[in-house]
Ligand binder design. Structure first.
Ligand code: NOJ
Length: 546
């Protein structure tokens, strides 16, 4: 029996706000995505993951969902969504949609009903409403903190005008947490899954998959700041300290509780009712020893690998993450996943040093990511080698910036609209009648899709080459064939089947590759081949056919 597509897929993340704007309002839309499906298909990927496009006040760029089974007019209509799925399928691209079960928008009808209802009412029981502590109830019910900074509870004003109960929000106060111990919430979640499955969606990316279950005795936790710190990608340097910060909050009152898997067991049964190998990937940044729970045969299918995303530019550390990842998932038989960036993290070029050096490293890291067994995710613009945009504070939109009083800049720099063509903003992203929702840098002319198509040495050509080979090379198709052989210090070698090897030089000196062969793809034009000898300048790599 053929293995399901998602066990070895390449999946392209589209962030709809910033992909392509066809109606000229400065924000991307679904018809814009349809118009660029040929571009996505030409990359050689198997699927598209769409970040949320549901009705939303956009306080957290759509991760504050007011109606999980509809389309926000800024992105188009439900017919556009249907068309997008149909057109993607016509190009052999699967479609993964985002589901956001941990919380809703405060503008969802449910939350508005809860505000109009009494304490203890069924309407309030869909969320976490509690009386405050202290004689006047003016202290939050627990010491839990929000991932976005500040406290995780906000007090409401009751119908009689008096300050009343508090509600929980792990994120912004406009994102109240849903109560997943409530059967009505559970049933509604299944209805959302069925809605998109019926529409033809091939899978789901499950937002905050580790957060749905809470300890409903609502205990205080030790060191509440650790909750905020543990999830800050900008603080994670792949170190033991960073891992320990996450260990502290894993399997705690608020995160990664074992009961969360009961929800996914129900979800899995629903997905299994449908044909076509539907799948779900968990956004759950948990230590490796907790990961397998999310991808057991009766729970979800994949889990994002944030440790790989956080790995520093260091051959030993990258190797260590790869080995740990493979080991942690092997006993449940789930495929690992690999990603270098997403809409929540600094772009990989910036994370690995920025500028030309960051780009060299990022391109070499992409050779590794694309050569690994399992599934690989590519965040839009990564294939162009984009870095984070520097933005004026006045342009920022991320609630992280506002909730921390500007102490953290937030994630907007990685979310700037994609440059398609031309030499100045909006670079073909929109027709320019209205400003783009985030301003694009004025020096992106060298990074447009059009410019990179014309340059055979561009990041785009490298991504196309490796992603296409991934789909066709027998050594990459075979998921069993994978070895990490010993290599000289500062060099990483990956062996896949059928003579395919990936070699990357992490050092600041040129090295002779310990393996020779024909260069299939190089991360830089300076990689040199003389007879049997392949020379890798600093921060470069190659795929070799031996
Ligand atoms: C993770 C999403 O990727 C992020 O963008 C969002 O802010 C939080 N979850 C809350 O939904």
């Amino acid at each position: 029996m053929a293995t399901p597509w998602w066990t070895r897929a390449a999946i392209y993340q589209v962030y709809p706000r910033s992909f392509r704007d066809l109606n000229g309002d400065g924000t991307g839309d679904l018809r814009g995505i349809v118009s660029e499906l040929p571009y996505i298909a030409a990359l050689g990927v198997d699927a598209v993951w769409l970040s949320p496009f549901y009705p939303s006040p956009q306080r957290d760029s759509g991760y504050d969902v007011a109606d999980p089974r509809a389309v926000d007019p800024i992105y188009g209509t439900i017919e556009d969504a249907r068309e997008l799925i149909a057109q993607a399928h016509a190009r052999a691209l699967r479609v993964i949609v985002d589901v956001v079960p941990n919380h809703s928008s405060s503008e969802r009808a449910w939350f508005q009903e809860a505000l109009r209802s009494e304490p203890g009412s069924p309407e309030r029981a869909r969320y976490h409403f509690l009386d405050g502590r202290g004689l006047a109830g003016d202290q939050p019910p627990t010491n839990w903190t929000s991932w976005f900074g500040g406290g995780a509870w906000t007090r409401v004003v009751e119908l009689d005008g008096r300050p009343g109960q508090w509600y929980l929000h792990t994120f912004d106060e406009s994102q109240p947490d849903l109560n997943w111990s409530n059967p009505e919430v559970r049933a509604d979640g299944l209805e959302t899954l069925r809605f998109w499955l019926d529409m033809g969606a091939d899978g789901f990316r499950v937002d905050v998959a580790l957060g749905l279950a809470k300890d409903m005795s609502y205990p205080d936790i030790d060191d509440p700041e650790s909750l905020t710190l543990a999830m800050r990608m900008d603080l994670d340097d792949g170190s033991v300290d960073a891992m320990n910060r996450r260990r502290k909050v894993a399997n705690s009152a608020v995160l990664d509780r074992d009961e969360v898997q009961d929800v996914y067991r129900e979800w899995r049964q629903v997905m299994d009712e449908y044909d076509g190998d539907r799948m779900a990937v968990a956004e759950a940044w948990v230590p490796p020893e907790r990961a397998a729970r999310y991808v057991a045969p009766d729970t979800l299918h994949q889990i994002f690998n944030f440790d790989f995303m956080a790995a520093p530019w260091d051959a030993v550390r990258v190797r260590g993450v790869i080995e740990k990842t493979m080991a942690s998932l092997s006993y449940v038989g789930a495929p690992p996943t690999w990603a270098l960036s997403n809409h929540d993290t600094p772009r990989v070029v910036s994370r690995l040093g920025g500028g030309p050096l960051g780009l060299r490293r990022a391109r070499a890291m992409a050779l590794i990511a694309h050569a690994l067994p399992g599934a690989v995710y590519v965040y839009q613009g990564e294939e162009l080698g984009l870095s984070d945009a520097l933005l004026p504070d006045s342009a920022r939109q991320d609630p992280v910036f506002f909730r921390t009083g500007g102490a953290q800049l937030g994630r907007d720099g990685a979310r700037v609209p994609v440059p398609w063509s031309g030499s100045e903003p909006p670079y073909g992203f929109s027709d320019g009648s209205l400003p783009t929702w985030l301003p694009q840098p004025t020096d992106w002319a060298a990074f447009t899709v059009e410019g990179e198509i014309a340059d055979p040495n561009s990041a785009l050509h490298q991504y196309r080459a490796t992603l296409r080979l991934r789909a066709a090379h027998p050594g990459l198709v075979d998921q069993q064939a994978f070895v990490l052989p010993e290599a000289p210090e500062g060099v990483l070698v990956l062996e896949r089947g059928a003579g395919l090897r990936c070699v990357v030089n992490f050092t600041d000196e040129a090295v002779t590759s310990p393996v020779s062969g024909r260069v299939l793809v190089a991360s830089d034009a300076s990689v040199m081949v003389e007879g049997d000898r392949v020379t890798l300048p600093p921060s470069t790599g190659a795929w070799l056919q031996t």
